[in-house]
Design a protein around this ligand. Sequence first.
Ligand code: UD1
Length: 364
Amino acid sequence: MKIINVVGARPNFMKIAPIQRVMDATEGIEPFLVHTGQHYDERMSKFFFDDLQLPQPDVYLNIGSASHAVQTAKIMIEFEQVLLKEKPDAVLVVGDVNSTAACSIVASKMGIKIIHVEAGLRSNDRRMPEEINRILTDSISDLLFITEQSGLDNLKREGIPDEKVHLVGNVMIDSLIFFKEKAAQSTMLDDLGLEKQSYALITLHRPSNVDDPDVFRRLISTFQKIEKELKLIFPIHPRSRKRISEFGLDEMIASMPNLKLLDPLGYLDFMNLMHNARVLLTDSGGIQEETTYLGIPCITMRENTERPVTMEVGTNVLVGSDTDMIYEEFKKVINGRAKKGSIPPMWDGHAAERIVDIIKKELM
Ligand code: UD1
């Protein structure tokens, strides 16, 4: 059975790696890796292939950045050619990026089975491009693999038949566990002259936070307040870096001696910094889950989350972009009153094995 595994953007690579590894070791399944090239900078792509020991993609589509419509359309045009040539039995997509939705739509029109890993998540905020990608992909998928109970509830509400849906755990946590020891060997702390637990780690790239100059300025002024009490390490997404210049925020950044901006990091270096951080300040989806698994406080600068289990049982708190709320949660952490959490069911390092077992049963 030939299965095309699709990756496009940074958060896809750590999700595909364990699936690709298990498929490689499974008799009767022939995985074929397609990279759309939605992310193409070395630091957003190649570093991850190296760190995660992913094989070179069988096909690279070289799509690059563009508006949503142009990017999605270009992926569809190129991916159709791949499907015509390779004639796979199924296409497996992960997450919620434009590549996920684009490739699913093409496969569905060609009558090829679609497997969606990390299905069912909903922020219920349709202003997020990812929410549209999630709804579209789930509605046309044949097998839907779920990370947390809310995914089952959401898909039931949307009328997706139960027999297509399987709660299997979290493939991103598979990667985190698999690479934990290697990440511990990264020299990031020494390189940056940091002690364990002596800094907060920041990531910020959502359009809602960085594309609006007022919001982005407010968040940076919040960091100005926080950096007086704790070092801030900020590996910055290319989109956010561009906005800092566009919005004339460089001087604010330069005025903070305790804030260190870094280029985007590879998987192992970032994991190392996360494992040793006092707290994460982020708007990422995946980091909410990784910190929940690791039991590290996570202050999420968003109004909503598609991953409610990270708030219900994990260490995650939502604070939006409100300076007072962010600072208040930060003080709780500093004063030893950070939220304690536990690990959601089946986040145990074996999600990819469950997925491949079910694919064998259902599709072979
Ligand atoms: C995409 C995903 C988002 C995910 C994020 C992780 C969608 C709709 N969004 O957002 O869910 O959380 O990836 O990073 O798919 N750029 C570069 N080099 C690159 C890639 C991007 O410079 O290798 C810059 C370009 O200016 C580009 C911008 O970043 O226009 C945005 O890239 P894009 O892929 O459109 O979306 P992300 O914001 O990265």
